[in-house]
Design a protein around this ligand. Structure first.
Ligand SMILES: Nc1ncnc2c1ncn2[C@@H]1O[C@H](COP(=O)(O)OP(=O)(O)OP(=O)(O)O)[C@@H](O)[C@H]1O
Ligand SMILES: [Mg+2]
Length: 365
């Protein structure tokens, strides 16, 4: 992989301030982002995502570690290249649009303070505005734009100098839900068209799963897992990863039997469950078993020749529009199941059977 961003053993400790991970806001964080990749730093509030991004941007000087952009060290030992000399574009949460400037002037600004020859400014601004679909609004005042338009304006401003790397810190979090969803698609599309290497910071798992090519999941200043969205969802490294990404139900479990490479039988409050694991376990070991709502099938009668069938009671029925979210009680645990709308309707206290897909009962340490 031709890595455009390389972060090696990054540590950062703020003077004073509350810190997580062993007194560090960021602790031994390493990752590489390949050319054209859309990489996400995902994790709960305070886990060190922004700090990591600010170190890449040169807005924060890390306590230790190395950062390379396009192979050149921008942070190494005592060396720290200033922000304006790093080949990056940034969009932050409060994508401050300069109110006294027009859309055109907002985008031209980074060029006019840089060393861009004057004759190149107009074509570059026009290209950036066209990229985000704002070319027809060039003469508007920045303040006369909708939230989504302002967001695209700040994206154009970040892209106009054609940086090697685009850094995004919660760029969609100020938008309402519908717009956020639409901008997710637009942002991803623009990123693919420009093929710009991108690092996105977000605490929103749906955002990371839907936009990123790879995700670094962080907790308490440390990286928990680096994986593709699918791997992260299907093969969480531990219970934290399984809980943070997607919604699932967890059962405390004990390993009863190991079956081949990934199969195993675990004892739970439901009874014995056939499951899979991508970790090493010993018989008798205490583990957790996770099952996602979409992997729980609900039946009126126990289906024949299916593993992992257990009785359950409906406790609550939530209509989600496209699907129903059933809250069931099974083995003394609140088990969530997602079932299609338009099938059988359910009501509280209905007795049903659940079939847990054995390939989707994932055991984590
Ligand atoms: N300027 C600062 N001074 C002292 N401590 C700070 C400072 N900025 C952040 N911290 C602390 O460093 C840790 C990491 O903060 P950071 O802003 O990187 O988290 P984050 O993952 O971006 O969280 P969020 O999702 O809430 O934005 C937190 O414990 C935070 O309180
Ligand atoms: Mg942050």
């Amino acid at each position: 992989m031709n890595s455009v961003v390389q972060v090696v053993d990054l540590n950062h400790r703020y003077p004073g301030g509350p810190q997580s991970g062993a007194g560090f806001a960021v602790h031994d964080v390493s990752f590489e982002v390949g050319e054209g990749e859309f990489f996400a730093l995902l994790g709960p509030s305070g886990c060190g995502k922004t700090t990591t991004l600010r170190c890449i941007a040169g807005l924060e000087r890390p306590s230790s570690g190395t950062i390379r952009l396009n192979g050149d060290p921008v942070v190494e030992g005592k060396r720290s290249v200033p922000t304006h000399r790093r080949d990056i574009g940034m969009v932050f949460q409060d994508y401050a649009v300069w109110p006294h400037m027009t859309v055109y002037q907002n985008v031209a600004f980074p060029l006019t303070i840089g060393r861009t020859p004057r004759k190149n400014v107009r074509p570059m601004v026009e290209e950036a505005l066209a990229m985000v679909g704002l070319d027809h609004l060039a003469d508007r005042a920045g303040t006369q734009l909708s939230g989504g338009q302002q967001q695209r304006l700040s994206l154009a401003r970040a892209l106009v100098r054609k940086p090697a790397v685009l850094l995004l810190d919660e760029p969609l979090s100020n938008l309402d839900a519908a717009l956020r969803e639409r901008m997710r698609g637009e942002l991803r599309q623009i990123q693919q068209e420009v093929r710009i290497t991108t690092v996105l910071v977000t605490h929103d798992q749906v955002e990371a799963l839907s936009m990123a090519t790879r995700i670094a999941l962080m907790k308490d200043g440390e990286v928990v897992q680096i994986a593709t969205p699918r791997e992260l969802y299907e093969r969480p490294a531990n219970k934290f990863a399984a809980e943070f990404v997607g919604s699932g139900t967890f059962y405390d479990a004990t390993v009863l039997e190991l079956r081949g490479d990934t199969g195993l039988l675990v004892e739970t409050s439901l009874g014995p469950v056939s499951a899979v694991s991508h970790h090493r376990h010993a018989v008798g070991g205490a583990v957790s078993m996770a099952i996602r709502p979409e992997d729980v099938a609900v039946h009126d009668r126990p289906p024949d020749s299916t593993d992992n069938v257990f009785p359950a009671k409906v406790r609550n029925v939530l209509y989600l529009g496209g699907a129903m979210d059933l809250h069931l009680e099974a083995g003394g645990v609140l088990l969530r199941a997602q079932v299609p709308v338009g099938g059988r309707s359910y009501a509280a206290d209905d007795s049903v059977y659940v079939a847990l897909d054995p390939r989707r009962c994932v055991v984590v340490a």
